[in-house]
Structures are given as C-alpha cells and as structure tokens.
Design a protein around this ligand. Structure first.
Ligand SMILES: CC(C)[C@H](C(=O)O)[C@@H](O)C(=O)O
Ligand code: SF4
Length: 467
C-alpha cells in the first residue's frame, strides 16, 4: 500500500464515487447548521418536497445573530433580519427533526464550540457546516470545512458533498513554546509567514512537538484559523489527548462501539514516507506573543515591534499597507505597545473555550480594567457555567468586564455587540477585515492573555510583563 497522509486516509474512507475528471462524491458524517446560511437550503428542500436524509447526523444551533444579554429570546431584542433567521432555524429544526440547541438551552453556543463539546465531532469524520470556521473541528483529526448554502441543501438532501481533492501541506511547529506564547500566536504566526493565500488549494496538517503539547482547546484555536491562511481545512492527528477529550461526551460512542472506534482512530496519522506538496517548518521558540496591526490576518507582528511603514512592503502590498494604516489610524514607527485600546473582546470560536477564559482570568485576577469597555462572551452555555463554577466569572466581573451569554457576539457585526466608528478593539476573534466588528471599527487580533493585558493597561501590551 502506498503511504498516505491523514487527509488521504480520511478522504479515501469517505469516497463514495470518483468521476473521470477527478470530481468526487464524499460521504458526510456530521452536518452542523446555523441560522445564517441555512434558511434558503431548507426552503429548497421544502420546495422540492424532500426530507433531511440523515437528521440524526444534522445539528442546528443559532449563534451569529443572537444577542448575548438577558431577554434575548424576545425577537424584539434583535434586528428584523436577525429575528427572521433565528425563527427560520427554529421552525426548520423542528419541522425536519434534526438535533437542535435553541437559545433557551444551556448547551447553546457557537456551533464550532458546541459540536466538539457534545461529542458530535469525532476523529476520522467528515464534518461540514455552512461556515468557514468549520476548520476548527480538524483539531480532532476530522476533515472539516465550510460549504456554501447550495451545498448545505445538497448535504441535507443526500448526506454527500461534491468535492475535488486538495493537495497536502504540512505545517510543523517544532520544540517548545516560550512562556506567554499560545495556540493563537502559533496560528497567527503561521499566517504571518505564509500569507492569507499560502494555504490555497491545500489541506494543512499541523504537527510537531509544540502542536502535540497543546490541549484540545489550543488545537482547535490553531485549526480554526486554517481558513484565514487560505487552506481548505486544517487538521491534527488524534492522540491520547483527543481520545480523552472525546470519551464520555454525550454523543461519543460507548462500550463496544467506543473500542471499535478507538481502534480505527489509532490508525489516523500520516505515514512516515507520505508525500507532501508543501512543507512549512517554524521553531516553537521563535514564536512571540503577536498582534495584528492591519486589516488582514496576515498583518502580524510580535508585540515588541513597531507599526510598519508601507515602504517595508513590495508590489501591491505597498498600497494595501497604506490603506490598512489609514483605516486603522496608525502611524508608522509607533511601538505596537503604545497603541491605546478602547475595547476588549474575549470570545469567538477561536478563543471562547474554558482554557481561554482561564488564561485571561489568570492575568486579570485582582486587577481593574482601564479600557472603556470589556466583554467576555463564553463560547457556549456550558463553558459559561463551568467558568462560573471555577470562579472565573467573578474575576472578570470584579475586573470590570461584562459577563455575557454565549454567541458569536462581537466577532462579527451581525448582532447588537458591535464597535462604533473609530473604536479600537483588542479581540480574541479571527478576522480583522474592515467593518468586521462594526462599521469603521478597528480590530487588533490577539490571544486571550494579550487581550486581558490590554484591558488592564489600556494599551496593546506584552502579556509577559504581567505574568
Ligand atoms: C456568517 C458565516 C457564513 C461566516 C463564515 O462563513 O465564516 C462567519 O461565521 C464568519 O466568521 O465570517
Ligand atoms: S465566532 Fe466568529 S468566526 Fe466563529 S462562527 Fe461566529 S462569526 Fe464566525
């Protein structure tokens, strides 16, 4: 047998048909659904008189539009568009008989946090969702990626997806991370190195000692941003940490089924002599706590650096840098650590898990915020409950943070949590495009610890100074 990568193995195990031109039909194990990209898909099914092919493999949760303040069940607290989408999901979930976590359910949260938490996401699976950050689930050694609304309809109807195979890319992070450096710094640094198009046409497998050393939460943070690096998906070979995380979750296999699954999961790694179309290696000890200064996730620099000048770039990037600096209101040469911050947002499917909240609370303990506003939005109701139990919520509240209900929140401007014009935010989310967090809002992407540090000092701050 010829050697295979992990991606090859999962692909082959799900291939239902391959046409002469290489177009393939893949079987889909899990279909996650949220309110933004599904209404038309369900409408399509309805018009065609079709049902959902595998309702037991289809999971719905509202997250993007929902407010994160009490009273959010009331449609009057949403914009009309948001209320329509959330109501449509509610109706469709009930009518088509799929698994559903409404806002009133403590398990509700961001779809990419709920899936793993409930044990829907398992190693070796194909996982899709009408959402680009489906890559998150790759942390379990699953082939997971976003799909468009017409594909959502196709998967609902057939439980299959038409795909062409991507190329294999290996991103190896060797050695140990230095103190204060996290999964978020890894994933941003990779994008800083490869650019937002570096992964185009590839599925990335992250490997190396620094990746192995990450918790499952950290691995999810890394895979989450594979999409910002342009890749089709990102994944990490499952290991004992993965199995331990999955074991006992509500929808994980049990008993003999668990044993059988485990035996297969243990075969899910890239063979030693597998072929890679592209390889990137970064030394873990070379990664610093980073921030973004511009309006693309590739605009990454260590917190110890200065705001760059357009002259530092070449070709089309000169103009792009100038535009970014204008939008961000930054002057070349300013130390990044002198940039004043108005707002801090801790949350999103990148950094809204329990470990992220712990990392931020560790920095905030016994301190007060200096920024105008700061909010922490747990990624799910269960993360929220656990954080309350661990006393993290008290630390946040005492520091001056708003302690919100679960949802996408300020990660994107689709719900009431938005930046105002010119407002500058240190955010643990994954996108810093113009207007992403609100019209003319300014976003600096950082890790949870860095966000907490900025909250305390009122400026972008090297978290290592507060450790
Ligand atoms: C709204 C949704 C389709 C979108 C995505 O696909 O990623 C959102 O989650 C985002 O992060 O921009
Ligand atoms: S938290 Fe942000 S990135 Fe994640 S699904 Fe929601 S909007 Fe998209």
């Amino acid at each position: 047998m010829s050697p295979k990568t992990l991606y090859d193995k999962i692909w082959d195990a799900h291939l239902a048909h391959e046409a002469e031109d290489g177009t393939c039909l893949l079987y889909i194990d899990r279909h996650l659904v949220h309110e933004v990209t599904s209404p038309q898909a369900f409408e399509g099914l309805r018009m065609a008189g079709r049902t959902v092919r595998a309702p037991e493999k289809t999971i719905a949760v509202p997250d993007h539009n929902v407010p994160t303040t009490p009273g959010r069940e009331d449609p009057a607290n949403m914009t009309e568009d948001s209320a329509i989408q959330v109501a449509a999901l509610d109706k469709n979930a009930k009518e088509f008989g799929i698994h559903y976590y409404p806002v009133s359910d403590v398990r509700q949260g961001i779809v990419h946090i709920v899936g793993p938490e409930q044990g829907w996401t398992l190693p070796g699976m194909t996982v899709v969702c009408g959402d680009s950050h489906t890559a998150t689930h790759g942390a379990f050694g699953a082939l997971a990626h976003g799909i468009g609304t017409s594909e959502v309809e196709h998967v609902l109807a057939t439980q299959t997806l038409i795909q062409k195979k991507s190329k294999n890319m290996k991103v190896e992070i060797t050695g140990k991370l230095r103190p204060g450096v996290t999964a978020k710094d890894i994933t941003l640094s990779v994008i800083g190195e490869t650019g937002t198009a570096g992964g185009t046409g590839y599925v990335i497998e992250y490997c190396g000692e620094a990746i192995r050393d990450l918790s499952m939460e950290g691995r999810m943070t890394v895979c989450n941003m594979a999409i910002e690096g342009g890749a089709r998906a990102g994944l990490i070979a499952p290991d004992e940490k993965t199995f331990e995380y999955v074991m006992g979750r509500p929808h994980a296999p049990k008993g003999a089924q668990w044993e059988a699954a485990l035996a297969w999961w243990k075969t899910l790694y890239s063979d030693d002599d597998a072929h890679w179309d592209k390889v990137i290696t970064i030394k873990g000890e070379d990664i610093a706590p980073v921030v973004t200064w511009g309006t693309s996730p590739e605009d990454v620099l260590p917190i110890t650096a200065n705001v760059p000048s357009p002259d530092d770039f070449e070709g089309g990037k000169v103009g792009a840098a100038q535009r970014s600096l204008d939008y961000m209101g930054l002057t070349p040469g300013t130390p990044l650590s002198e940039i004043e911050i108005d707002t801090v947002f801790i949350g999103s499917c990148t950094n809204g898990r329990i470990e992220d909240l712990r990392a931020a609370a560790e920095i905030l303990k016994g301190k007060k915020i200096k920024v105008k506003r700061a909010m922490v939005v747990p990624g799910s109701g269960l993360v929220r409950a656990q954080a309350e139990e661990e006393g993290l919520a008290d630390i946040f509240r005492e520091a001056g943070f708003e302690w919100r209900l679960a949802g996408c929140s300020m990660c994107l401007a689709m719900n009431p949590d938005q930046l105002s014009e010119g407002e500058r935010c240190a955010s643990t989310s994954n996108r810093n495009f113009e207007g992403r967090q609100g019209y003319k809002g300014r976003t600096h992407l950082v890790s949870p610890g860095m966000a907490a540090a900025a909250a305390i000092t009122g400026k972008l701050t090297d978290v290592r100074e507060l450790m």
